[in-house]
Design a protein around this ligand. Structure first.
Ligand SMILES: NC(=O)c1ccc[n+]([C@@H]2O[C@H](COP(=O)([O-])OP(=O)(O)OC[C@H]3O[C@@H](n4cnc5c(N)ncnc54)[C@H](OP(=O)(O)O)[C@@H]3O)[C@@H](O)[C@H]2O)c1
Length: 278
């Protein structure tokens, strides 16, 4: 099947669809012929996003769901199946960042980030798998992070949630490989989105400053969907310059040790100077 054909008339749910990677994935899925249920927690934001992308076609459909609420995630997935008859692809993408010095972390921060980044994905997976098994097909795409395969310094909370997402998704990928179900894990490095001025509770603060190396979000979405259509497991984005550098960490390569220690020092210095990690 061509990469284009993979999405044609497919029923997709994308969480966190009103912003950043979720918005770009929704736009690209629509371009590739899918019907996209765009999920967001703010009715105004998600309706606005669906109106912009759908342009009156009826193929971009807003749904209001707070992904940290199990009943809301369950209902959103069941309502979609009742309305559309099936669910072909579920993108558990909504999430928050969390790059902060550990000394500033509270237990409430731990709870918020685990609810938003990890329980949300568990709720989505738990609701979708029985439906997809009954259908005999389906593809679940979970957004992790490069911090979900390499434990980047100053990201202990975030890495905890994202390692959970990567581990869960990869484990399920093998478990259901013979049942017609597919699983992919998106592991982005810096992608240019509004995430960089949001706190763990999702509120925006100050001016949006995006790291200079950040990759354009629309290009990221194109690349991700190409790889998802190829049934890739772990999808690192951007692919360049060193797509599999994480393997150096797992192989105890001294170069990787030096890079992570240096990153820790640079992030501490940046925080002490300006309260941000870059
Ligand atoms: N951008 C990067 O560099 C990068 C790198 C690695 C991983 N990621 C991951 O990529 C995913 C998308 O992030 P992004 O960069 O696109 O950030 P973003 O622009 O801030 O988008 C995050 C989306 O998630 C939604 N969201 C957050 N909490 C939610 C909740 N409880 N219920 C429903 N929706 C919720 C946000 O809704 P509101 O607009 O209402 O807050 C927003 O739509 C996240 O999982 C993030 O961890 C991003």
């Amino acid at each position: 099947m061509t990469q284009q054909g993979y999405y044609q008339d497919k029923i997709c749910i994308v969480t966190g669809a009103n912003s950043g990677i979720g918005y770009a994935l929704s736009a690209e899925l629509l371009k590739r012929g899918a019907i996209v249920y765009m999920a967001g927690r703010s009715r105004a934001k998600v309706e606005d996003a669906a109106r912009t992308l759908g342009a009156g076609t009826g193929r971009a459909r807003p749904i209001v769901v707070d992904v940290s609420s199990q009943p809301q995630v369950q209902k959103a997935i069941e309502d979609t199946v009742s309305q559309a008859g099936r669910i072909d692809l579920l993108f558990n993408n909504a999430g928050v960042g969390g790059t902060i010095p550990y000394e500033k972390v509270t237990l409430d921060d731990w709870k918020t980030i685990i609810d938003t980044n990890l329980w949300s994905v568990i709720y989505g997976v738990h609701a979708a798998i029985p439906i997809m098994l009954k259908q005999g097909s389906g593809h679940i795409v979970n957004t992790s992070s490069v911090a979900g395969i390499v434990p980047l310094p100053f990201q202990a909370l975030y890495a905890t949630t994202k390692f959970g997402v990567t581990g869960m998704t990869e484990s399920l990928r093998y478990e259901f490989a013979d049942k017609g179900l597919h699983f992919s894990t998106i592991c982005p490095s810096n992608i240019a989105t509004p995430i960089f001025n949001k706190s763990i509770d999702g509120t925006s603060h100050g001016e949006l400053r995006i790291p200079s190396d950040a990759y354009p979000v629309d290009k990221a979405a194109e690349y991700i969907l190409d790889k998802v259509a190829q049934h890739r497991g772990i999808i690192l984005v951007p692919p360049e310059p060193e797509p599999e550098s994480y393997k150096k960490y797992w192989n105890e390569n001294p170069e990787s040790e030096a890079i992570l220690l240096q990153m820790a020092r640079e992030r501490r210095a940046a925080y002490e100077k300006g309260g941000s990690y870059f």
